[in-house]
Design a protein. Structure first.
Length: 218
């Protein structure tokens, strides 16, 4: 066993390594940001590939179609490059993490804009004004599902339900904020969230029932 002194030295060494690593990362991302501000194509390309996978994951929460995901993602990158002068990297300790947070908001707003362009009915699913209260029962067996399976289940929701669910549960917006963003009533936002949860429960229950049936006993 390591004594307290050795643990303190190890912890300090790890901290020094992380600080050094963060400085190197900040230097790299700061150079890319400066290049993008100067419309340098090489810098834009490098930043694009640095953030592409992250952007895809965000956009996939709101769309099923790869074509639509790429359309929203690329539009988001155009907005990022156009407005990158507004990003104040000097205010942040971890520039890359802060850049991702800033870019995430651009992608979410772009996804919302894309949703609104397609009116209140997508693939036959209307934004409901029904305010029926659907009981929020506790899930059973969800712990056997992986994160990827749960995200995949969310993507099976209709666009109307999925958008409200993502904005409320994942992004933390209030019903008032969602209503303002989507141009719907607060009651409609609450109703769609309730129905999204109920539909998601049904999807996840089918998955857990299937896994319980096919997985052998240990």
């Amino acid at each position: 066993m390591q004594d307290e002194g050795s643990l303190r030295v190890t912890s300090y060494s790890n901290l020094k390594h992380r600080i050094s690593q963060l400085i190197d990362e900040n230097t790299q991302i700061r150079a890319l940001i400066d290049g993008c501000r100067a419309n340098d194509r090489a810098s834009q390309k490098e930043l694009y590939y640095m953030l592409r996978d992250y952007a895809m994951k965000i956009c996939y929460r709101y769309q099923n179609s790869l074509e639509q995901v790429e359309e929203i993602m690329n539009e988001g990158f155009m907005k990022l490059f156009k407005n990158i002068h507004q990003f104040e990297e000097s205010r942040h300790t971890d520039i890359l993490a802060s850049m991702k947070g800033w870019f995430k908001r651009i992608l979410i707003n772009t996804s919302i804009d894309h949703y609104r362009k397609n009116a209140s009915s997508i693939n036959g699913q209307m934004l409901s004004e029904d305010t029926d209260n659907i009981a929020d029962k506790q899930e059973t067996g969800i712990d056997i599902l992986s994160y990827k399976e749960i995200i995949a289940a969310i993507r099976q929701l209709s666009p109307a339900y999925r958008t409200v669910f993502n904005l409320f549960v994942i992004e933390g917006l209030t019903h008032e904020e969602i209503a303002s963003h989507l141009g719907i009533s607060v009651g409609s936002s609450k109703s769609n969230l309730s129905k999204a949860r109920e539909n998601l429960r049904k999807i996840l229950t089918k998955k857990t029932d299937h896994k319980a049936y096919v997985e052998p006993l240990r």
